[in-house]
Each structure stands twice: as structure tokens, then as C-alpha cells.
Design a protein around this ligand. Structure first.
Ligand SMILES: Cc1cc2nc3c(=O)[nH]c(=O)nc-3n(C[C@H](O)[C@H](O)[C@H](O)COP(=O)(O)OP(=O)(O)OC[C@H]3O[C@@H](n4cnc5c(N)ncnc54)[C@H](O)[C@@H]3O)c2cc1C
Length: 463
């Protein structure tokens, strides 16, 4: 193994020693999925969906398309009939009431603190109330087992589930081991369930955040810290090895910039080891950071030189306010783009880069942005990639942007949802973030709320 390829610090590199020279194994079989609407001679044929989705999410990867993809009908994210196909009238009305409540910023603020206090005090009925309202909207269940109905329902509409264990550890070895074991269980579940195309985890769930930061800052670790860091590396390796063994794709989520570089190095080390035949380990790039397209290009160069596949999840980034605050506190320049437009441009540029290098890169657009999602479908078409090409994925969060997920899946694109799960108390911070995201901004209702309203009106007009 060429140690200059994606190698991290010598301490991280230690785990890569003893690896065999990379070999490229290409699967000659094409597993391209047909689009459900095929235009031929100006006539649109709508193919029956069961024929289109007989292939499992886990089918082996084809590295090159065998024939040019046929042109596909343009996709519309405005089709609320498809977006809410899975919801009964009653379920849609319940969603409407929930999003209407979240639309009201003051109600969200008061409700959030009330809910948290009531949960802490063990006020009777609070957990039941939360579990049957906001939790039900945005989470799959408290355990993997409880997520089964959600996995099955999404699967019925050809949407994959990405089980996201949303419990933050307490920062000791016991909690890190527990998180590792839980992620191993999601990998085992993915290995036997065709509707689960990826597993996911955060590196901060496996080893102390402070050590990741120290490594990035070049601060020497004490002997106990060094030992703790190595135990973290072993947990990371256990997850990636299991994903490789079970042929399950594994996302490594991106986190804060002051330790993300250590995560990148650890993840690249895992890619060198486990992505020789296909992209098993996927790193995440946050395009709200102005340096991330360059980082992606450099990672691609190293993957080419090292003969392994690069798994890439592109997101805009979730820690914008925190990044600005910390940069200010530390007297650093902000790593964040100067405007939303600059982030959008960089995101779209990165989509282009990945599609242009699809022979080496597998890509997932983790976004609720309609323009970027539409752009990716167009880029695929220009590159002659069939909608079902298994190197290109779209992903959204459960309970949000169903207009993207359901319409993309309906048109044959590989689509999946992060489905957070964990005890109600533990996922509260996640739920409160979702509630805040869905409040009206400058008097304008949230997009979700407007879509539900539109579908309710459509159904009323129909009856
Ligand atoms: C499947 C999936 C996986 C995800 N994984 C991760 C992850 O691993 N790590 C992570 O950090 N996030 C992750 N996210 C969250 C993601 O980063 C975004 O916060 C969220 O999806 C909103 O961005 P958007 O692309 O959906 O849409 P949009 O609503 O179009 O974009 C909003 C985003 O734009 C950026 N932005 C907003 N205003 C400005 C501004 N003034 N200047 C610069 N940029 C601005 C911010 O990133 C903001 O979140 C994930 C999201 C999804 C759907």
C-alpha cells in the first residue's frame, strides 16, 4: 500500500500497515435499473413499477454503464399526489396540524421548553404525547425493531432506510462501545434487509472529540490519550470491517471543522483498506465550507493514485452558527462561505465534479434542496447514467421533503431517508432542531407546511 495515499498522521497510519497492494476488481455485470418512463420515438411508455424494482439495493456494483441511458422524462417535485401517496387522509390531517403548530415560532419556543421540562420531571403522559406526535413524524422508533414498519413502508415506495442511531454518547469507553455495538447491529440489519442501502455513524460517537481536535491541532497526546485514541480507531475499524464483510455501504457523517480533518484522515485510511472493489466507506463533504471542493478533488486524486473507490456524501452543512461563533472566539477566519448563494454554487459544482469522475466516485446528494436535486438528475442524463445507476444516490431526512424522496424514487432514482431512532429523551435535541427548521420565516410558511396544504386541497377537490 502506498502510504502517501490519503495517509494521516503516523499514529493514524499505523492501522494501514500490512495492507496488500490494491487490486481493482470490476464487476462485468450491469445492474442498471430502467427508468419507469422511457421515451421512444416521441412516445412515453410507463413501465409497471414491479418490473423496475426487482433488483435489491445491495446488488453488486457495476463500474461502467454498458449502454447509453435512454432519455428520461423531466421530474417534478411539485407532484404532491406522489409525494404523499403513502399517507391516508387522516394521517395527512395529523401532519397538517403538526406542521401548522411548528409553523408558529413562538409556539415552538414555548412548546420546546415545556416538553423538555415535563420530560425531565417525568410528567405523566409527556412521553406518550411526544412519541405520538413530533417523534412519530421525524423518527422511526426507539429501537431498530420498532423501526420495522417505517422501513417496510418506505420500501414499498422504493425508498431505502438509513438507520441513524441518534443518541449522543456520554464520552466514556462504555458509551463508545455501546454506540459501536449499536452501529454493528444496523450493519447486520442492512446486510439482511434489501431496503437498507447504507449504515451511518459519527466518529464522535466512537472516540473523544477532544482527542480528534488535539490530533488536528498537532498537539502531542499523553500515553493514556494515545491509548484512548487507538481504542477509538479500533472501533472505527470494526465498523468498516463489518460493513465490508457484509457488503453494506457505510456513511461517515461530517462534523465540526476544528476536528473534521482528523475524521477525514481516519475515513480515508478506511477507504484505502475497504474500498478496493467498490465504495463501502463514504466520507461527507460540507459545501458551506469554502475549502471543501478542493478537499474533495485532493481526496479523488489520492483515490486514483491509491487504486480505491471514493464514496462521497455531499451536504451543505449543519453547524453554520456554531462554526461562526467558534471562529470568532478563536480569532480565526470563518471557514464558511460568504453567502448562501456561494454555498449553493459550490454544492452544485461538487455534484458536477463527482458525476464527471463517476468511474472512481460514488455519490450521494444528502440534500432537501430542489434545485440541486434537479441538477443532479440532469447531470446524470447528460452523462448517460440511467436513473437507477447504483453509483448515484439521493437522500433526505425522514419526515421531511417527501416531495423529493417519493418523486425521485417514483422516477427510478436511488433514494433513501435517514431514519433517526433512539429513546425519546435522547432524540429530543434532534426533534427540536427539526421543529425550529419548520417554523415560518419572515411570515412565510415552511415549504413542508405548504406542500401538505396543497395536497389536502387536491384531495378535497377530488372527493
Ligand atoms: C441525508 C442527509 C445527510 C446529512 N448529513 C450531514 C452530515 O453528515 N453533516 C452535516 O453537517 N450535515 C448533514 N446534513 C444536513 C445538511 O448539511 C444541511 O444542514 C441540511 O440538509 C440543509 O441543507 P440543504 O442542502 O438540504 O438545503 P438548503 O435549505 O438549500 O440549504 C440550507 C443550508 O445552506 C447553508 N447556508 C444557509 N445560509 C447560508 C449562508 N448565509 N452562508 C453560507 N451557507 C449558508 C447551510 O449549510 C444550511 O444548512 C445531512 C442532510 C441530509 C438530508
Amino acid at each position: 500500500m502506498n502510504c502517501s495515499v490519503g495517509s494521516a498522521s503516523p499514529r493514524i497510519e499505523r492501522l494501514t500497515r500490512g495492507l496488500a497492494e490494491p487490486t481493482l476488481l470490476c464487476n462485468p455485470k450491469s445492474n442498471q435499473r430502467l427508468p419507469n418512463e422511457v421515451l421512444a420515438g416521441g412516445v412515453t411508455f410507463v413501465l409497471p413499477l414491479p418490473i423496475l424494482f426487482t433488483r435489491s439495493f445491495l446488488a453488486p456494483m457495476s463500474t461502467t454503464p454498458t449502454a447509453p441511458a435512454p432519455p428520461v422524462a423531466p421530474i417534478s417535485f411539485e407532484d404532491t399526489r406522489i409525494a404523499f401517496e403513502a399517507k391516508s387522509d387522516g394521517e395527512l390531517r395529523t401532519m397538517y396540524a403538526l406542521f401548522a403548530a411548528m409553523n408558529n415560532g413562538s409556539l415552538v419556543q414555548v412548546g420546546s421548553s415545556l416538553m423538555q421540562s415535563a420530560l425531565k420531571l417525568g410528567f405523566p403522559g409527556t412521553k406518550f404525547l411526544i412519541k405520538n406526535s413530533i417523534f412519530k413524524q421525524f423518527c422511526g422508533g426507539e429501537t431498530i425493531q420498532e423501526c420495522q414498519p417505517v422501513i417496510a413502508e418506505l420500501g414499498r415506495y422504493h425508498i431505502g432506510t438509513i438507520l441513524d442511531y441518534s443518541v449522543e454518547g456520554t464520552g466514556n469507553d462504555r458509551s463508545f462501545d455501546r454506540t459501536r455495538d449499536e452501529i454493528l447491529a444496523t450493519i447486520a440489519m442492512a446486510a439482511t434487509t434489501s431496503n437498507i442501502p447504507f449504515s451511518v455513524f459519527k466518529v464522535t460517537g466512537l472516540l473523544p472529540t477532544a482527542l480528534l481536535g488535539k490530533m488536528q491541532a498537532g498537539t502531542a497526546l499523553t500515553a493514556p490519550e494515545q491509548a484512548a485514541f487507538e481504542r477509538g480507531q479500533q472501533r472505527l475499524d470494526a465498523l468498516c470491517a463489518s460493513a465490508h464483510q457484509h457488503d453494506v455501504r457505510l456513511f461517515v457523517d461530517a462534523e465540526e471543522s476544528w476536528f473534521q480533518h482528523t475524521i477525514d484522515e481516519l475515513t480515508e485510511t478506511m477507504m484505502q483498506r475497504y474500498n478496493q472493489e467498490r465504495a463501502i466507506v463514504w466520507n461527507t463533504y460540507q459545501l458551506y465550507r469554502h475549502d471543501r471542493l478542493e478537499a474533495l478533488q485532493a481526496a479523488h486524486d489520492r483515490a486514483v493514485a491509491g487504486g480505491y473507490y471514493l464514496g462521497v456524501k455531499l451536504v451543505r452543512g449543519a453547524y453554520m452558527e456554531k462554526e461562526a461563533r467558534v471562529a470568532k472566539q478563536r480569532g480565526h477566519a470563518t471557514p464558511i462561505n460568504s453567502s448562501k448563494q456561494a454555498t449553493d454554487d459550490l454544492y452544485n459544482e461538487s455534484l458536477r465534479y463527482c458525476v464527471n469522475h463517476i468511474d472512481r466516485i460514488s455519490l450521494c446528494a444528502g440534500t432537501h434542496n430542489e434545485a440541486s436535486s434537479l441538477l443532479l438528475t440532469q447531470l446524470m442524463q447528460q452523462a448517460n447514467l440511467a436513473p437507477g445507476d447504483e453509483r448515484v444516490w439521493f437522500a433526505q431526512l425522514y419526515g421531511m421533503s417527501d416531495n423529493l424522496s417519493y418523486n425521485l424514487a417514483h422516477a427510478g432514482y436511488r433514494t433513501a431517508k435517514y431514519v433517526p431512532y433512539g429513546p425519546v429523551e435522547a432524540v429530543m435535541p434532534y426533534l427540536l432542531r427539526r421543529a425550529n427548521e419548520n417554523t415560518a420565516i419572515a411570515g412565510q410558511s415552511s415549504r413542508e407546511f405548504l406542500l401538505i396544504q396543497k395536497e389536502l386541497r387536491r384531495r378535497k377537490g377530488r372527493s
